[in-house]
Design a protein around this ligand. Sequence first.
Ligand code: XLS
Ligand code: MG
Length: 346
Amino acid sequence: MATFRFTAGPWNVHEGNETFGPGHRKSIPLEEKMKKYAEIGMSGMQFHDDDAVPDMNNMTEKQIIDYAKDVKAMLDKYGLFAEFVAPRLWFDKRTNDGGFTASRKEDREFAQWRARRSCDIAKALGTKKIQLWLAREGTLCAEGKNPVEMTLQLRDAFNDILTYRDDALILVEPKPNEPIDRSICGTAGHALAIGAYTVDPSRVGLCIESAHSILAGLDPANDMGFALALNKLWGVHLNDQNGCRYDQDKSFGVDNLRNAFNQVKVLYENNYGDRGNFECVGLDVKAMRTQPDEDCYRHLINSKRIFELLLDKVKHFDYAFQAACVKEQNFEKLEMYVMELLMGVK
Ligand code: XLS
Ligand code: MG
């Protein structure tokens, strides 16, 4: 019986900035977000390395760890845990052309330094999970990098993390494009294949994000099922996405409700969440740009509620009826049953 623990990152409550305009909501200090997250039912928080330690590029390794320990104390104060730390390898000038796959050796070394610091920060925050959203690991200009080299550079970067911290777990969060034009590791299958060639494949798993699967033209519930079957679903980033366009991070289920139902269904049926804080329901959603300051947490509240309402639908799913439909191969009947269930007629 799965118990779901919800988490979100500080970036999920943001000022509203996007490619075409600056943000217009006020910045909220980390502690205030923690307090509010606890109030709205989050159990934990997710971090980029510099969400936890903002000025880390200008700090010594010891200073970084000490700072992270203070963040841990803050989390404890609000009864929250840290789910993962993700090196943010897409903000710095040195990672313009990629982090682990940057063309220049010194830039790759910077990325490696950040990944190692993420391991230290994660330890101070009490988590083994290092999440890798491989934002710029690919090409802007197709001929700008060599695909064979990039694949091996990623494997080497995973190896460095696995060796630097021998209890670290890598969660790859695949995404096929954006901000990069062509990603070198765009799907769950790519991520696990690279993981299989590392020094410890048992410590490389997945975080499946709904929108990223949709952007790859794939079904998020099936991606989650794939990962669950292989015991590799170590995180999810639930949200929604209107087709293959820019990454939207909409509230969970608002565009593809049936799709969202099937994500909740596959998680519930496979007892996702039973491994406690290890298996969280991350809500990687962003508020619409129009949202005012005083209501800038609503998308998180809504996403959690939609998940819970869908969970209730899942619990009422008539498996005997489904089996009968499958036996007669009457999928029109089964489909209509699902539609009626979702529309509140069943
Ligand atoms: C962006 C990603 C990002 C990661 C965290 O597309 O979803 O938010 O989840 O680095
Ligand atoms: Mg994400």
